[in-house]
Structures are given as structure tokens and as C-alpha cells.
Design a protein around this ligand. Structure first.
Ligand code: NDP
Length: 323
């Protein structure tokens, strides 16, 4: 038995139950990891609320890092005692979990379990957004919404390292200042200012090659209006709610725009996908071009408080649960 956050019905943070849960030995191809830190991601709130349906009951959470304590049959890449991190479907808000070895990665010496739990899901997301979805090039102007958030801070730093000029939106002056410290050349307080107008001013009418939008409903269709002809709208999240169906003519009217709604799962499922995204992420973190900020830690039992903070727009950077 392990202590875990279990979900029996969808709803607000109050549906998260901290209790004992069964955990069998690792099955063939799996490893068991004793968690030292657990990543909190906005997607966890979508499962909890029911926006993303899943069969219940389940243990919430998609990411954690720690030490391998058992190895299932057929696993060759890991041994007991290795430090590892993973991104995998519902299971991580727990003291320990079994995960398919193919989705786990060994941690380099310089990367702590806490840093790994704070960055694997968010950082691999930043990697595929910047390097595989729209390929950011030197000289591009990139708009990042919620620039001071977990994914946002990584996107700003990494896009800058790729040679882009980053414009970041943020919900408060403190968040805007943090985004500026982390790679955003310009910031916009999108709760007070018209971000479309400000992007036009900042770029002197040239607009952006790509918009990375994890906010969704509240920034649509404004995000489309921030794009130069042939630009790409990348809607990768729904922090304010999902973008509703829209007419494709909106893309032609603004200059042959591209629009995509990517997910990390698709990129992890490509041959060698997880390993290569993780490698690129470790490279930029180890060479210092991307710094991972853990801004709040909550005991595992207080996962509901972590969700309240995240959905209340009170957090910046990454937050983790400590078992
Ligand atoms: P964040 O730390 O970015 O938190 C969400 C932020 O969104 C808030 O801090 C807030 O910043 C902003 N926001 C804007 N409107 C709202 C609203 N109505 N309610 C709450 N927050 C709002 O979270 P993550 O870094 O975990 O995730 C960022 C986004 O990326 C999410 O949409 C998530 O689903 C998505 N994601 C998608 C993946 C994919 O592969 N498709 C993978 C990983 C994440 P501010 O106050 O500055 O506006």
C-alpha cells in the first residue's frame, strides 16, 4: 500500500482524497519509482474537473522523479538505485508508482529529483513546441501567453536562446517582471492592456511568426491577430477554457495562417521521441540557458491547496508535491 491522491468523482479541488492505495509489484517492462518529488501540471486540473474524462477511481498526476526500487521482467535499461523521472498517464500523486521503462529517463548527476519533477513534462513540452511544432529561428518574434507560468518561463528562456525576440503576456506586474528576467524582451499585462494592439506597437506592425497559447478561450481570437502572414497559432492548453470551433476562413483572412493543437503524448509516442526531447532539455538546463524555478512546494496530502493556487493564478514557474 502507498499513500496517494485518489479521485472518485470529478469536481473542484475538494474531490482529491489522500488515502492508502494498492500498488502491486512492477509488471513486465515496468519499473517502480519511489518518488522524491511530484510535478504539478495544469493538465492535472483538467482531469480532476472532468474536462479530460478518465475512468474512475484513479490516482491523479502525470509526472514524478525519484529512485528505482524494483525492476520488472524484461527491463534492461534500469537497475535498483538508479535515479529516474517520468511523464506517464494518471499515477504520480503517490509515494511510489510503477511506470513503463520506455517512458522513464535516467537523471544526469547535475539534475535533482525536485528539478526533474518540476521540468520533465513542462520542459519536454517547451522542446516540442519550439523545435518540432513551429521551428523557432534566429530573428523570429514569438508571443508566449502566461509567460511567467511553468511552461511559460521555460518557453521564454529557450526561445531567447534560439535567437528569437520574445513577447510575453502576464497576469500581474510581478509576473511580467519575472518573465522579463527569464528571456522576455517585452511584456504585456493582458488583463489590463489590449494585447493585440500592444503586439502591433511593439513589432511596428510586423507581428509574430508564432503564438504559443496555453490560455485558450480568453486569448482567442486575439492570438490570431498577433500573427504575421504564414504565421502559426499553436494552442497547447486551456487554462481559461478550450477554444471553441471556429471558421477556417479566419486563417485565410489573416494571411494563410497555420493553426495546430498539439499534445506532448503525440510527440512522446514518436520513435525515440521521449529520449530525444529529454536529451535536448537536459542540454539546455545543464548549459544554463534554461533555469528551472521551483517556486512552491506542497506536501502530497495538500494537493488540493496546490490546485487552488494554480487555478487561482497565484503561482509562477513550477510547483511540486513532496511525498
Ligand atoms: P501555468 O503555470 O502556466 O499556470 C496557468 C497560467 O495560465 C496561470 O498562472 C495564469 O497566468 C494563466 N491563466 C490565464 N487565464 C487563466 C484562467 N482563467 N485561470 C487560470 N489561469 C489562467 O500552468 P502549466 O505551466 O502547468 O501549463 C501551462 C499551459 O500549458 C496549460 O494550459 C497546460 O494545459 C498546457 N500544457 C499543454 C501541454 C501539451 O502538450 N499540450 C503540456 C503541458 C502543459 P497569468 O496570471 O499570468 O495569466
Amino acid at each position: 500500500m502507498v499513500k496517494a491522491i485518489r479521485v472518485y468523482r470529478t469536481g473542484g479541488p475538494e474531490v482529491l482524497k489522500y488515502e492508502e492505495a494498492e500498488l502491486a509489484g512492477p509488471a513486465r517492462g515496468e519499473i517502480r519509482i519511489k518518488h522524491e518529488a511530484i510535478g504539478v501540471n495544469y493538465i492535472d486540473t483538467y482531469f480532476r474537473s472532468g474536462l479530460y474524462p478518465a475512468p474512475m477511481p484513479y490516482t491523479l498526476g502525470n509526472e514524478a522523479a525519484g529512485v528505482v526500487t524494483a525492476v520488472g521482467k524484461g527491463v534492461t535499461g534500469f537497475k535498483v538505485g538508479d535515479r529516474a523521472a517520468y511523464v506517464a498517464g494518471l499515477r504520480s500523486y503517490a509515494e511510489e508508482a510503477n511506470v513503463p521503462a520506455e517512458v522513464a529517463v535516467k537523471l544526469p548527476k547535475g539534475i535533482s529529483s525536485e528539478t526533474a519533477a518540476a521540468m520533465m513534462l513542462k520542459g519536454m513540452t517547451a522542446e516540442y513546441l519550439l523545435r518540432r511544432t513551429y521551428k523557432v529561428r534566429e530573428g523570429d518574434t514569438v508571443l508566449v501567453h502566461a509567460a511567467a507560468g511553468g511552461v511559460g518561463l521555460i518557453l521564454c528562456q529557450w526561445a531567447k536562446a534560439l535567437g528569437a525576440t520574445v513577447i510575453g503576456t502576464a497576469g500581474s506586474p510581478e509576473k511580467a517582471a519575472l518573465a522579463k528576467k527569464n528571456g522576455a524582451r517585452h511584456t504585456i499585462l493582458y488583463r489590463d492592456e489590449d494585447f493585440v494592439k500592444r503586439v502591433a506597437e511593439i513589432t511596428k506592425g510586423k507581428k509574430c511568426q508564432v503564438v504559443y497559447d496555453g490560455v485558450g478561450k480568453a486569448t482567442f481570437p486575439g492570438s490570431l491577430d498577433c500573427l504575421a502572414p504564414l504565421g502559426m497559432f499553436v494552442n497547447f492548453g486551456n487554462a481559461s477554457g478550450p477554444v471553441d470551433a471556429f471558421s477556417l476562413l479566419m486563417l485565410s483572412q489573416r494571411g494563410s495562417l497555420f493553426a495546430t493543437r498539439p499534445t506532448l503524448n503525440t510527440f512522446m509516442a514518436q520513435p525515440g521521441g521521449t529520449a530525444s526531447m529529454a536529451r535536448q532539455l537536459f542540454r539546455v538546463v545543464e548549459n544554463g540557458s534554461v533555469k528551472i524555478r521551483v517556486t512552491q512546494r506542497f506536501p502530497l496530502r495538500d494537493a488540493a491547496a496546490a490546485h487552488r493556487a494554480l487555478e487561482g493564478r497565484e503561482t509562477t514557474g513550477s510547483i511540486v508535491l513532496v511525498p
